[in-house]
Design a protein around this ligand. Structure first.
Ligand SMILES: Nc1ncnc2c1ncn2[C@@H]1O[C@H](COP(=O)(O)OP(=O)(O)OP(=O)(O)O)[C@@H](O)[C@H]1O
Ligand SMILES: [Mg+2]
Length: 273
């Protein structure tokens, strides 16, 4: 079965802190999901379980039929690439090129394949002009893109993006939205953690909500934003278009501006009758 499956997963850190409780979640290959929830809800802990960086304290994580407990992190990471929340936890090479080339080299690919992968990944993130720079001397948001490119270059079956939208301007957000579309076409599963509800509303049909160590909702993004209790418990706010729509009594499930305009035009037709 081509999917990542979390079955009744609990995770306790070595200091005894229980960060995830009874997580149940399936991400099919080619599917794209967003994970949202307040700081400290347990999102990063949960996705690190998906690529074997953490092994469950209780329960099972199954990646394409393989129980992560029976494999090394390096083995699972070939299937599931994780882009760290903080790029400085991931980057260790002295040039952007070397950082992206590192894993393809480690996998002993040919020189031409390595070059192709670096150039292709850099182009997707629009960081070609940084290839000869020291990653520690470029802006934070670009360093984040370097880490995404480095994972793309390994061509995993699934990619986990931990807060790729943090600090990004509109251009960066557009690069990320385009990247998601390309990954979708390539049938690569993606899990994206973000605090940017506009990004969620505009790019994901399915959203998973975490609060206080648990998954409290998993469903259509539109339905999730319609549930006041879920929003309250996870301290998530609707998008501005969604908030305005609620204030105007246009319903709770308007996600973004195109939605809003569509509903608005229906109201005008009714008024014209
Ligand atoms: N190495 C660790 N040892 C002990 N506790 C930890 C460790 N790493 C994280 N935690 C705790 O686990 C809880 C969940 O952390 P996690 O990083 O998974 O949250 P998150 O939802 O990703 O938050 P954020 O939105 O701030 O990134 C937090 O209370 C955090 O302090
Ligand atoms: Mg996190």
């Amino acid at each position: 079965m081509e999917q990542i499956e979390l079955k009744h997963v609990y995770f306790q850190y070595p200091n005894g802190y229980l960060a995830n409780e009874d997580l149940n979640l399936t991400v099919k290959k080619g599917e794209q999901i967003a994970i949202v929830g307040q700081n400290g809800a347990g999102k990063t802990t949960a996705v690190k379980l998906m690529n074997g960086l953490h092994k469950p304290s209780k329960g099972e994580v199954i990646v394409d039929g393989k129980n992560t407990k029976k494999f090394t992190t390096a083995q699972i990471a070939r299937y599931v690439g994780y882009v760290f929340q903080n790029p400085d936890d991931q980057i260790f090479n002295q040039s952007v090129y070397a950082e992206i080339a590192y894993m393809p080299k480690y996998y002993k690919m040919s020189a031409s394949e390595i070059k192709n992968r670096v150039e292709e990944s850099a182009a997707l993130l629009k960081i070609e002009s940084f290839l000869d720079k020291n990653p520690f001397e470029i802006p934070y948001v670009m360093r984040k893109f370097v880490t995404i490119a480095a994972i793309l270059a390994t061509k995993p079956q699934y990619i986990i993006l931990d807060e790729p939208t943090a600090g990004q301007d509109l251009k960066g957000i557009e690069v990320l939205a385009d990247l998601l579309k390309i990954l979708k076409k390539q049938n690569i599963g993606t899990v994206t953690i973000t605090h940017d509800m506009d990004f969620v509303a505009n790019n994901f049909e399915r959203t998973v909500v975490m609060a206080n160590k648990r998954i409290i909702a998993d469903g259509k993004t539109r339905d999730i934003f319609g549930e006041d209790d879920i929003l309250r418990e996870s301290k998530i706010k609707r998008t501005l278009a969604g908030e305005v729509a609620v204030e105007l009594g246009m319903g709770k499930c308007i996600l973004n501006i195109p939605d809003f305009l569509q509903e608005w035009s229906k109201l005008e037709v009714k008024d014209g009758k």
